[in-house]
Design a protein around this ligand. Structure first.
Ligand SMILES: *[C@@H]1O[C@H](CO)[C@@H](O)[C@H](O)[C@H]1NC(C)=O
Ligand SMILES: *[C@@H]1O[C@H](CO)[C@@H](O)[C@H](O)[C@H]1NC(C)=O
Ligand SMILES: *[C@@H]1O[C@H](CO)[C@@H](O)[C@H](O)[C@H]1NC(C)=O
Ligand SMILES: *[C@@H]1O[C@H](CO)[C@@H](O)[C@H](O)[C@H]1NC(C)=O
Length: 385
C-alpha cells in the first residue's frame, strides 16, 4: 500500500493480487488467466468488517465480443494495472469515505464479462477475423466469484462481524445476484447487507421503438450460460433474460439491500434508452453532451425513463430492510467516484449518498430517498459526465 498526497487527497494505490490456485478449479478470466483482486486491510474498529466490491465494466454478448474482450484488462488479469487507486467507498480516507474507510476493503476484479455469473464447462474456441489460429476462451464468472470469496475467508473474512457486498454497474448487478449466496459464505452471526451502485438497469423501449437492451441482455445470458445463477422461481416463470434485470431479481433477495442510482443514469441513457442504433441521425448528440440543449420532447423522454425507475423501486416493491437513493443527476457510478460519494454533488436535501448508505447500514434507517425531477437538484451542476 502506498500513500501519495497529490492535491492533498489521500489517494491509496492498492496492489493487485492474483489467485493462481483458482486455475485448478477452472476459475479463470476469459483468456484463461487467474482471477485477481486488490485488498486493503482494515484497522481499529474496522478490523473485522469487510467490504467486498465487485468491479464493473459492461458485458460481452457473443463469442466474438468476448474473445476481443479477453485481450483487455476486463478479460485478462495479465492486462490489469499492478495497482489500483481506491476511489469513493473503497477509499482509506475518512473524509472521502466516512463510514467504511477503516474496513477491510477488497475490489474483486471483473474479467469474465458476465457479471461474475456465467459458467460454461468446456473451453470455447473462437475464430476472430484476420487471425490465423482460433483462440480459446473461458466463461467462468460464477467460479471466479466462488474462488475469490473462499480465498477471502482464508484472509480473515471468516471472522467478519459486519460485511457489505457492493458493486458498481455490471458489478452492482452481480452484487444483487450473489447477495444471498454471499450471506451463506460468511459467518452466520455476521451482519450482511448488499449495495448496488449504478446497477439498476431497466427493461425499456429505446427511442427507436425497440427493446434492444432486452435482446442484448438475453444474448449475454445465453452466451455465458448465466441461467443457473439466477433464482429458479424467477427463471421458471419469466425466462432467464428477464431475471437478469434487477427489477425482477430484487423480489427474491432475502438479505437487506440498497439501490443507489442516478435517475438519469448516463450509461443507460447512452446504451439502453438511446443506443447509437436507435439514433442513426445523431439527433441526441447535443442533448447527450448537455442536458440544457435537449429539446422539450427529449426531456420528456428522460422524465419518462426516471418515472419507470421510480416505479420499479417504489415502496411497494422494496422489501423490509431494503432502501434506495435515486439522485436526479446525469451520473453513472456514484459510490465508486470520489468526486460524488461523500460530496455535495451527490446530495439530496442535505444528505449525501455516503450518508444515506451509512445510515442504512449502521442505523438500519431504511427510509428511501427520492430526489425531485430534473432540473430541481442544483447540486448536480458543475459535475461532468
Ligand atoms: C492503469 O494505469 C494508468 C496509469 O496510471 C491509468 O491511466 C489507467 O487509467 C489505468 N487503467 C485502468 C483500467 O485502471
Ligand atoms: C451451464 O451451467 C450449469 C451450472 O453451472 C452447468 O451445470 C451446465 O453444465 C452448464 N452448461 C454448459 C453447456 O456448460
Ligand atoms: C423499515 O424498517 C421498519 C423497522 O424495522 C419496518 O417496520 C418497516 O416496514 C421498514 N420499511 C420498509 C419500507 O422497509
Ligand atoms: C438537514 O439536516 C438536519 C439534521 O442535521 C435536519 O434536521 C434537517 O431537516 C435537514 N434539512 C433538510 C432540508 O433535509
Amino acid at each position: 500500500m502506498l500513500f501519495c498526497s497529490q492535491s492533498g487527497i489521500g489517494i491509496v494505490a492498492v496492489d493487485l493480487s492474483l489467485l493462481p490456485d483458482a486455475v485448478e478449479v477452472g476459475a479463470v478470466c476469459l483468456d484463461g488467466s487467474p482471477p485477481a483482486y486488490n485488498f486493503d486491510k482494515g484497522s481499529d474498529t474496522g478490523v473485522n468488517h469487510w467490504l467486498i466490491h465487485l468491479e464493473g465494466g459492461g458485458w460481452c454478448e457473443s463469442k466474438i465480443s468476448c474473445a476481443q474482450r479477453s485481450m483487455t484488462y476486463l478479460g485478462s488479469s495479465l492486462k490489469m494495472n499492478k495497482s489500483y487507486d481506491f476511489p469513493g467507498i473503497l477509499s482509506a480516507s475518512s473524509k472521502i469515505n466516512p463510514y467504511f474507510y477503516n474496513w477491510n476493503r477488497v475490489l474483486l476484479r471483473y474479467c469474465d464479462g458476465g457479471s461474475f455469473s456465467g459458467n460454461i464447462d468446456a473451453p470455447v474456441l473462437v475464430q476472430l477475423p484476420g487471425e490465423s489460429k482460433a483462440r480459446t476462451i473461458y466463461f467462468r464468472g460464477e467460479r471466479i466469484w466462488k474462488a475469490l470469496v473462499e480465498h477471502l475467508l482464508l484472509l480473515g473474512m471468516n471472522l467478519a462481524e459486519k460485511a457489505l457486498l457492493a458493486g458498481t454497474s455490471a458489478g452492482a448487478l452481480a452484487s444483487l445476484i450473489h447477495c444471498d449466496s454471499f450471506r451463506e459464505f460468511v459467518p452466520i452471526q455476521s451482519e450482511v447487507k448488499c449495495l448496488s451502485d449504478a446497477g439498476f438497469f431497466i427493461d425499456v423501449v429505446d427511442v427507436g421503438g425497440e427493446r434492444s437492451f432486452r435482446r442484448y441482455f438475453g444474448n449475454v445470458v445465453d452466451t455465458q450460460n448465466i441461467t443457473d445463477a439466477l433464482p429458479d422461481t424467477c427463471t421458471q416463470r419469466y425466462g432467464a433474460s428477464q431475471c437478469f434485470f434487477p427489477a425482477q431479481l430484487i423480489r427474491q433477495i432475502k438479505s437487506p439491500f440498497f439501490i443507489l442510482n442516478a435517475a438519469y443514469d448516463s450509461w443507460q441513457w447512452n446504451n439502453v434508452l438511446v443506443p447509437s442504433s436507435a439514433d442513426p441521425k445523431g439527433e441526441w448528440s447535443l442533448c447527450k453532451k448537455n442536458l440544457m440543449s435537449c429539446s422539450t420532447k427529449q426531456v420528456a423522454i428522460l422524465q419518462e425513463f426516471r418515472k419507470q425507475l421510480v416505479e420499479a423501486l417504489g415502496p411497494s416493491t422494496l422489501p423490509i430492510g431494503a432502501s434506495s437513493f435515486l439522485l436526479s443527476c446525469v451520473y453513472h457510478n456514484i459510490a465508486f467516484d470520489t468526486r460524488l460519494w461523500a460530496t455535495p454533488s451527490s446530495q439530496v436535501g442535505n444528505k449525501t449518498a455516503a450518508v444515506a448508505v451509512g445510515e442504512w447500514y449502521f442505523e438500519a434507517n431504511n427510509k428511501s430517498t427520492l430526489d425531485c425531477p430534473y432540473p430541481c437538484n442544483t447540486n448536480c451542476k458543475g459535475v461532468l459526465l
